[in-house]
Design a binder for this molecule. Structure first.
Ligand code: ADP
Length: 313
């Protein structure tokens, strides 16, 4: 099969994780037990997910002209992802998420968007030749909304498949929906976008119908441990989640969206693409961390074959 081209336009963060027996009090210094650094940001995670399914993947976004920015670029390049769409911001630092984990497993997180917050519609315009050359464009909501709107508008105008993962949850302008081929909210994001409580399949259907009425062609709502609900002009389906031993659900949604985008760009029907992404995300939840937990295509295919005798792709 010909290799598809995916452009992911979104956030790149460095996660700084500190483990400590407890959270310090005001003015107090305590000794922690571990410090780790991970590459993240929904954009970068989804680019990794697309790349590991075999797509030629270009990442677009902003990082600072700092060490974290250098390391982000190197990490993506080692993954085989093109960094041709990444701009070095001369003023803002690379985005960070500082995370304190205590012994009870509670976490406290401060995100500083930094360079992500400076990504602009003009950056998208500079990306036009790259978008022109792509099969699908994938965006999330961790960069400023005007840039998201421009990315979808340009990609739509160029006739590309557009995938919007509306995370983190935020209100969207009504005009945006008609530039979206596929939207992939989770339950709470679908609820925020539609005003419908998505606690069961009936709620998912109602929310999906509203999103379709707003102009989105295909709707996929991820339902966590309940799997996936999908609706398009000619299909409606529910795919249960795989029964797996959950380690952590970090990047489950990112794995899902990245994998779905590749399958759709390859021309797979919505339900078949969702079935594949549901398996990819199931594997991701059995492994710790974000990017390290994202499976490769060969693993997803082996998992699907074992779990259902399915032979896809
Ligand atoms: P997000 O991580 O964005 O909140 P979800 O929690 O809906 O998204 O998870 C995305 C997908 O990951 C689900 O649709 C499913 O395919 C998979 N998944 C999530 N939680 C589980 C689970 N407990 N068991 C199996 N698969 C899961």
């Amino acid at each position: 099969m010909e290799q598809v081209k995916i452009v992911v336009i979104g956030s790149l963060n460095v996660d700084l994780v500190v483990r400590a027996p407890r959270v310090p009090q005001d003015g107090e210094t305590i000794i922690g037990s571990a410090f780790q650094r991970f590459f993240g940001g929904k954009g970068a995670n989804q680019a990794v997910a697309a790349r590991r399914q075999g797509a030629y993947t270009v990442m677009a976004g902003r990082v600072g002209r700092d060490i974290f920015g250098d390391e982000q670029l190197r990490s993506l390049e080692e993954e085989g992802i093109s960094t041709a769409g990444i701009v070095r911001d001369e003023e803002q630092p690379t985005g960070t998420a500082s995370i304190i984990l205590d012994e009870r497993g509670s976490n406290r997180i401060i995100v500083v968007p930094g360079a992500n917050g400076a990504y602009s519609p003009r950056d998208v315009d500079d990306l036009r030749p790259i978008i022109q050359d792509a099969d699908a464009v994938v965006v999330q909501l961790e960069i400023p909304l005007p840039a998201v709107e421009r990315a979808l508008a340009v990609a739509w105008e160029l006739g590309k498949l557009t995938v919007l993962n509306p995370a983190p949850a935020a209100d969207l302008p009504p005009e945006i929906y008609r530039t979206v081929s596929v939207i992939t909210p989770n339950e709470s994001e679908a609820a925020l976008l539609t005003g419908v409580e998505v606690a069961d399949l009936a709620g998912a259907r109602q929310a999906a119908q509203i999103l379709r009425a707003k102009g989105v062609r295909q709707v996929i709502i991820t339902l966590g441990a309940r799997g996936v609900y999908g609706l398009s002009a000619d299909e409606e389906f529910h795919i249960p989640a795989h029964a797996v031993a959950v380690v952590d659900t970090v990047a489950a949604g990112d794995t899902f969206t990245g994998a779905l985008a590749v399958m759709l760009a390859e021309g797979k029907p919505l339900q078949q693409a969702a079935r594949y992404a549901n398996a990819a995300a199931a594997i991701a939840v059995t492994r710790p961390g974000a990017q390290p937990s994202v499976p490769r295509r060969s693993e997803v295919l082996a998992f699907l074959k074992e779990s259902s005798g399915d032979e896809l792709a």
